[in-house]
Every structure is written in C-alpha cells, then in structure tokens.
Design a binder for this molecule. Structure first.
Ligand code: SAM
Length: 326
C-alpha cells in the first residue's frame, strides 16, 4: 500500500523487548531504567496476528530488533511463527550477536535468513568505554556463529561517536578488504535520554568517508550512488566486502522511506524520529479482529509523515532508541 506521498510501505521493524545486555553510551543510561513488564510485551501469538495483518496491506519484509531481540526466551518460537506467515519473504534480525553462539542454528532452522550485527569497534578498550557491558570476544563469537550458521551475507553496524571510537572508521572499513561483509556506519541520532551525548559526539558520514579514504584509498560508489535500502554503499579497490553509510542526519532518506516500527509494547510508529504512535496492543487485547488490525495499518500508512523534523530542532522525546527498536 502507498502512503499519502506515494511511497510503497512494505518493511516492518518489530522490537521484541526494550531490554538489552549492553548499555551503549548513546543508547541507554547505565542506571535508573524501567522496562516494559513482561506481561505488556506482545506475545508470539500476538506478533503473528500483527504480521498477518501487515502482510494483508503489502508488507513483506520483517526485521526483529530491540532492545536485544535474542533476550526473549521465546525468540525461536517467534521466528518460527513469523517465518511461516505467507507473504513474509524476508525475515531478518538486528542483534549484538552475544547469544548467537547458543541459538544461531535454531534461528536458522526456524526460518531466520540474515542478521545485522552491531559492534562499534575492534578495539577492546573502545568497546568497553562505548558499549559498556560489551566485550570484543563476545562480539566476535557472535559474528563467527552467524557465519557458521549461514546467516549471511553479514552486515556489521557501527555508530562512530566522536572521542569514543573514531579509530573504528578506518579499522572496520579495512575489514572489508578480506571479508565479504558490509560494514555500515550509522550516523548518531538524537533521542530521549542521552540526547546530549548524541548531539555532542555526532560525526557525519562525509567525515567518516574522508577518514577512510585518507588511509585506505578511494571508496567507489556501488548501485550508481543510489540508496541500497537506507545505505549508500561503496567498495575499496580490490575489496571482498563493502562499506555502507546510513545518514539520517546529513542526508535524510525520508523520500525513500518504506518502513514502520512496532514497539515491544505494541505501538506502531510511523517514523523513527517522530513520537506519533498508534496503539495496536489495545486492539489485540480488546478482542480486535484481523480486519481491525488491517484497518489500523491502513490508518497508519495514511498518517505516515513526509519526513522527520530534526533540522527544525524537533527530536523524539518520549522514547530512547532501545524502547522504539533500532
Ligand atoms: N540490540 C540490537 C543491536 O545492538 O543492534 C538491536 C537494537 S539497537 C537499538 C539497533 C541499532 O541502533 C544499533 O546498531 C545501535 O548502534 C543503534 N543505535 C542506538 N542508539 C542510536 C542512536 N542514538 N543513533 C544512532 N544509532 C543508534
């Protein structure tokens, strides 16, 4: 289904939980957090109903995220249920990968196709400082488990946060010389919570690209310089893998936005960076039918804003990224 601006909306990102086993400085505070109580999280059966309704209005790609989606005890059941919904042709996940050594094969057997793994640096000290509860060894064990289980092609996501992991830009881009991975640099975005860090430590995609080219040589644009999903993708000469830049601040891709996000407590956000939400959980728990859910999606698609308003200084204020689902 197309929205009011002619964009085909077909990609649903679902946050399974707002809990995480990391506390990245730009995402979650170390202390003082309250989490959605378990009984308020959408169940596997409720998620399946939502996805069946989403497919009926034209969604066909689903990404599971969080918080950390693999912290859900019923993660394999969720994957199995959603993978079996006719019309879902891509079921993928964004994760920090720490639990993949234990469950990657089960996820594949249940129908998961690919994972994007978040790791902000290859440097142990930088990981400890930026991702706080994170460790290099656990991140790498997750990456290896994903590869062994065939959750490929692998994409690694990093957020360059000035003063924390600047060196990661070149070091991670250099990984693509030998590995067939896509290393993606996501620009830091402001959300409720640690907003000051997000604004003070922001580094633009252009600056990161300059750092990489100064050390590793030119990045050649792929896909004729056009967006591939939300990323602009490049390759270093002779590289096995690619380097992607996701630039919601310096080069917003709102005109090409095809997605919506379901929070773990069952609210649908029409735009990551806008606080407007539609409550699906009340409909699900109040006896709503499949047609009622379809009608909610239709309303949401019609209400999708033309773009975010960061340049006018309007930031999301009600939720952190971990609460929305990154
Ligand atoms: N736990 C999973 C993970 O670590 O990828 C999924 C959730 S996490 C919120 C998804 C992505 O959002 C991560 O790559 C993280 O770096 C990114 N992220 C979190 N806060 C952000 C912010 N303020 N700006 C840009 N990206 C952010």
């Amino acid at each position: 289904m197309k929205d009011s601006y002619g964009r085909e909306i077909n990609y649903l990102r679902i946050s399974l939980t707002d809990r995480c086993n990391l506390r990245c400085v730009y995402c979650m505070p170390m202390h003082g957090l309250t989490f959605v109580p378990n009984k308020e999280l959408l169940t596997a059966a409720e998620l399946e109903k939502v996805v069946r309704a989403a497919v009926a209005v034209g969604f066909h790609k689903v990404r599971l995220t969080g918080g950390e989606p693999t912290l859900r005890q019923d993660i394999v059941e969720i994957v199995r249920r959603l993978a079996n919904v006719e019309g879902v042709d891509q079921l993928v996940m964004t994760t920090n990968g720490y639990r993949l050594p234990y469950i990657a094969q089960d996820l594949v057997d249940a129908g998961l196709k690919r994972v994007n793994i978040h790791v902000d640096s290859l440097n142990k000290e930088a990981i400890a400082k930026l991702m706080r509860l994170g460790t290099y060894d656990k991140a790498w064990a997750g990456i290896e488990a994903a590869e062994q289980a065939g959750l490929t092609p692998l994409k690694l996501n990093a957020v360059i946060t000035r003063g924390y992991n600047d060196e990661a830009a070149v070091e991670m881009a250099a990984l693509t010389l030998k590995k067939p991975w896509q290393i993606r640099f996501i620009e830091l975005m402001p959300f409720a919570g640690p907003t000051e860090i997000q604004l003070e430590h922001y580094v633009s995609s252009d600056e990161i690209k300059d750092w990489i080219e100064a050390k590793l040589g030119p990045l050649f644009p792929l896909n004729e310089g056009d967006l591939d999903g939300e990323a602009r993708v490049y390759r270093l000469a002779g590289a096995e893998g690619t380097v992607g830049f996701i630039s919601p601040i310096s080069n917003p891709y709102c005109d090409d936005c095809n997605r919506m996000r379901l929070t773990s407590d069952g609210r649908l956000r029409m735009c990551l960076l806008s606080d407007k939400e539609i409550n699906f959980r009340d409909t699900l728990r109040g006896g709503g039918t499949h047609q009622d859910l379809v009608a909610l999606f239709e309303r949401a698609i019609r209400a999708k804003p033309v773009g975010h308003s960061l340049k006018h200084g309007i930031y999301p204020e009600t939720r952190t990224m971990s609460q929305i689902g990154g």
